[in-house]
Ligand binder design. Structure first.
Ligand code: NAD
Ligand code: GLY
Length: 360
């Protein structure tokens, strides 16, 4: 088994290990990263548990860990305060200690929820992320953001808490529904847009899931390496890290317009990146060929390149977005593919330009 490793210099420092079939050796990697851990608390969801739960637990038990497993229903609604409390009570009922660890097996929902629980129970225990969706492998498992959703909005309570280890087995992506694979690809393409034109070209030359899966370990490694560099520079999201939000402000408007049910996050981000590129062209920042280049890579993946929404949703996304302060909003724009440019602009000007684009 060929294994690729990246080291992230954030928190107390941790490895991201990428390798086919890695789930079956998870116990070995965890005992080496967390030598004092005796009990492991596996958190997974109702789709992932029957696919990979038994294999993971077997690999942990071979290393003599005492393993406890908690399965939450699949889906965003599991990122709730109720589930967080259930996890705290479950772990403490099984006598978790500060040297034991939580193991998050699943997509971003499980990773965010289990990460939050790990960061808060006993004021912090060990955390291992084993992401099984493309989105969680290239984005949410790396960088230490944890969260739950509140009735007032998504991801409104959370912590920065870096994991002790991230293990990714690209083979787990084979069971992912096409729509979830495409959603993850939106984030993959984002890294090419903001950081690496060569990687963008590499992706463009591989239209379709099969061609991408042939080089998936390289794709995961490239994305995680870009995220690593951003997170090492700005762990707590006070500066550079905002570039990871390219396409997300407008994506947020599309998610809102579909009531968070019609569009996946990745689909909304895909259309958001194209609209952000068009906005950049209208503002004279972005090269005129850029929107077409992004569309040409997203469309064959089955991702939307435009989403209709009420203007009020755009106003809300620009106005209440976490990146905004006062009368200005910081938009993440591109100069060209691979060259990002955050720009602070008056909200009114941005909404004027968007109004022109949407009412044309
Ligand atoms: P998800 O966790 O809901 O997973 C998507 C679906 O795929 C679920 O139904 C899940 O059960 C299923 N699934 C997972 N792995 C599978 C596999 N290998 N085979 C078959 N089915 C599988 O969603 P996601 O897209 O992974 O993550 C979205 C979440 O991540 C959101 O809550 C978002 O807020 C969060 N997020 C967090 C960060 C961060 O930095 N912490 C970054 C981006 C997104
Ligand atoms: N997903 C954005 C971040 O980790 O900052």
């Amino acid at each position: 088994m060929e294994v690729m490793t990246l080291h992230v210099d954030a928190g107390s420092g941790y490895d991201i290990i990428i390798g086919s079939g890695l789930i079956d050796s998870a116990g070995k990697y965890i005992s080496s990263a967390l030598p004092k851990a005796k009990r492991l608390f596996v958190v997974t969801d109702s789709n992932v548990s029957p696919l990979y739960g038994a294999r993971l637990v077997a690999s942990l038990e071979i290393e003599s860990f005492e393993v406890h497993t908690h399965v939450v229903p699949a889906g965003e609604t599991s990122k709730s305060a109720e589930n967080l409390i259930s996890l705290w009570e479950w772990m403490t009922a099984h006598a978790i200690t500060r040297t034991d660890a939580v193991v998050a097996l699943g997509g971003g929902v499980v990773g965010d929820l289990a990460g939050f629980a790990a960061s808060t129970v006993l004021r912090g225990v060990g955390l291992v992320q084993i992401p099984t969706t493309l989105l969680s492998q290239v984005d949410s498992s790396v960088g230490g953001k944890t969260a739950i959703d509140l009735s007032t909005g998504k991801n409104l309570a959370g912590t920065f808490y870096q994991p002790d280890l991230v293990l990714m087995d690209p083979e787990t992506l084979r069971t992912l529904p096409d729509r979830e694979f495409a959603a993850g690809m939106a984030e993959v393409v984002k890294y090419g847009c903001i950081w690496d034109a060569g990687f963008f070209g590499f992706l463009k030359a591989r239209p379709g899931r099969e061609a991408l899966m042939a080089d998936i370990a390289h794709i995961l490694h490239t994305c995680c390496d870009i995220k690593r560099q951003v997170v090492e520079t700005d762990e707590h999201d006070t500066g550079l890290r905002m570039i990871l939000n390219f396409g997300h402000t407008l994506g947020h408007a599309y998610e809102l317009s579909g009531g968070y049910a019609r569009w996946t996050h990745g689909e909304a981000v895909a259309a958001g990146m194209v609209t952000a590129a068009k906005l950049g062209v209208a503002l004279g920042v972005t090269g005129p060929d850029v929107p077409g280049q992004i569309e040409a890579i997203l469309s064959p993946l089955g991702l939307p390149v435009a989403i209709d929404c009420d203007f009020s949703d755009l106003e809300r996304a620009v106005g209440i977005d976490k990146k905004s302060a006062g009368d200005d909003v910081t938009l993440i724009l591109l100069e060209r593919i691979g060259a990002v440019r955050p720009m602070k602009l008056p909200k009114a000007e941005v909404l004027d330009v968007l109004a022109g684009m949407y009412r044309r």
